[in-house]
Design a protein around this ligand. Sequence first.
Ligand code: SAM
Length: 284
Amino acid sequence: MSKVYEDTKFLMKKYGITANKKLGQNFLIDETVIDTIANASEICRDDLVIEIGPGLGTLTDKLLQKAGKVIAIELDERMITILRDRFFIYDHFEVVNEDVLKVDLKELIRKNKEKLKLKNAKIVANLPYYITTPIIMKLLEEKLNIESITVMIQKEVADRLTAIPGQKNSGSITYTVYYYATSEEILTVPNNSFIPEPEVESEVITLHLRKEPPIKVADETKFFALIKAAFMQRRKTLLNAIGNSGLNTTKQQLEQILQELNIDIKIRGEALTIDQFAKIVEKL
Ligand code: SAM
């Protein structure tokens, strides 16, 4: 039995915790994986770390050893008591008892970086899998002042996020990730690295936020709406998928645009490169 397994069992017994499946509670018990996440995030004392879903504080403990400050955002009130008990000696620890999707992260980061004169902000988490996509979308779309996102997520989702747009495994979120960040697959994690064991395999990935987007997009809202519409009906051709998507264009106009751009009018949205989507938006 590893020490982290024993510590986890001890905390669960002491505080009468049973994992809440609805909150995606799968606690890490694999020391190597915990170290890998902490190392991959390359945290130093100049960094503000936002941890999403700290749970019992297993990863938090490691982050506190490296960061300038750790702000842990946790929805489950039972965990808040544990985290406060465990880390009350640390001045550079703060816990926020809220749904991460409702937290004004931009303001939280701005305030703390300014007050503590910290250089960078980084997100680190073993994410609750039931809301992986909304969390990643929030972290990217809100254009937060952060350097990187190191997260454990379902392997299948990781494959989608880190795919090359227009190639195998890509979905609409692939384009969003590629637009805002470069991605790195760090480690595949087996189910038995957690208690209770999740039903799916997991993966640790890091997203490094880009300073500038890789391509020029005339209208970001239209660009992402077009990609989303194309993937909503990914088995259809782009022309048929967009026809009733509510985007301000007709099938005829779009057909003309595709012809002008020398793109096959029978192409499916999922086969378009990010560049081609950008060029279509420019002409819309
Ligand atoms: N970090 C711990 C670990 O690695 O052992 C726990 C990770 S567990 C997969 C996900 C955590 O996210 C749980 O503690 C859960 O209560 C928390 N959580 C679930 N939904 C949340 C939300 N909307 N906002 C913040 N935390 C949430």
